[in-house]
Ligand binder design. Structure first.
Ligand code: HH2
Length: 282
């Protein structure tokens, strides 16, 4: 079978995003317990102000999350999640960049789409009953992420025979399931789910082989910012992982990542600018 044509523009709600250079997705957590910025943007007002700052700093998309998915995090019900996320969407609607909502709950997906979300970012890859129905008839983009297990338990001895092949197969199957349900490939992004049911070794293998995932044709999103793999490699706590995060981000874009999910937009923008200038010079 011939390799699929790569998606060059992402249909993303009100936007059509050119994918010829890597895009920066700025993270806004409206949660009291996120691992990286837990509690700092917990109020709606603080989250809105933070998102505006990330847009000013050059974020190409904003990802709003109302439930922490860090290892061991307690699940949040959709009612609470909707109450956290919807006011942020309402306030940011005209901020000029696409708004993504990080959720695994179909009820939250529906509410987010009603309130103008341009992308649904699901760490469970739309496996919840009703999730595909919730997004199918909208124009929003969908990020399908690989996760082994559930956040509460996913770091308890994750094991794979061939992590790159297994993650690639899972994402390929999810893309086919969405496509069969009527979702155009131009709306679908895939993500290997760094840190979600993976050891440090698994994360390194996946990032090192990201070009294999890219070769399957869907735009690839990578989230490495401040994650524990950076802590494992550097010995730094979450608030001192910027340098390691930038290195991992550049390793991902060098292997073809289309979107990188980051907390530190200004610094990531600078790092990308330098990397791009070198990449485009020859
Ligand atoms: N990582 C986190 C959350 N959502 N979504 C995608 N597509 N890819 C990721 O790698 C990813 C994600 C975890 O990071 P963070 O939002 O900082 O923490 P928390 O889940 O605790 O809010």
């Amino acid at each position: 079978m011939s390799p699929p044509q790569p998606v060059r523009r992402l249909a993303c709600g009100r936007f059509s995003l050119a994918l010829e250079r890597p895009l920066l997705m700025g993270v806004v957590n409206v949660t009291p317990d996120s691992f990286s910025d837990g509690g700092r943007h917990a109020t709606v007002e603080a989250a809105i102000a933070h998102a505006r700052r990330l847009v000013d700093e050059g974020a190409d998309l904003i990802d709003v999350g109302g439930e922490s998915t860090r290892p061991g995090a307690a699940p949040v019900g959709p009612a609470e999640e909707i109450a956290r996320v919807v006011p942020v969407l309402d306030a940011l609607r005209e901020c000029g960049v696409p708004l993504s909502v990080d959720t695994r709950h179909p009820a939250t997906m529906r509410a987010a789409i009603e309130h103008g979300a341009d992308m649904i970012n699901d760490v469970a890859a739309l496996r919840a009953p009703g999730a595909i129905d919730a997004v199918r008839d909208s124009g929003c983009a969908i990020c399908l992420m690989h996760m082994r297990g559930e956040p509460a338990t996913m770091q308890q001895a994750p094991a794979y025979e061939d992590v790159v092949a297994e993650v690639g197969r899972f994402l390929g199957e999810r893309v086919e399931a969405l496509h069969a349900a009527g979702v155009a490939r131009e709306r679908i992004v895939v993500d290997p789910g760094i840190g979600f049911g993976k050891t440090l070794r698994h994360n390194l293998l996946l990032l090192g082989a990201l070009d294999q995932l890219v070769a399957a044709g869907q735009p690839v999103l990578a989230g490495v910012s401040r994650k524990s793999m950076i802590g494992d490699l550097t010995g730094r706590p979450a608030d001192r992982r910027l340098a390691g995060s930038l290195a991992a981000m550049l390793a991902a874009v060098a292997r073809g990542a289309a979107i990188v999910r980051v907390h530190d937009v200004a610094e990531s923008r600078d790092a990308l600018r330098v990397w791009l200038a070198i990449d485009e010079a020859h």
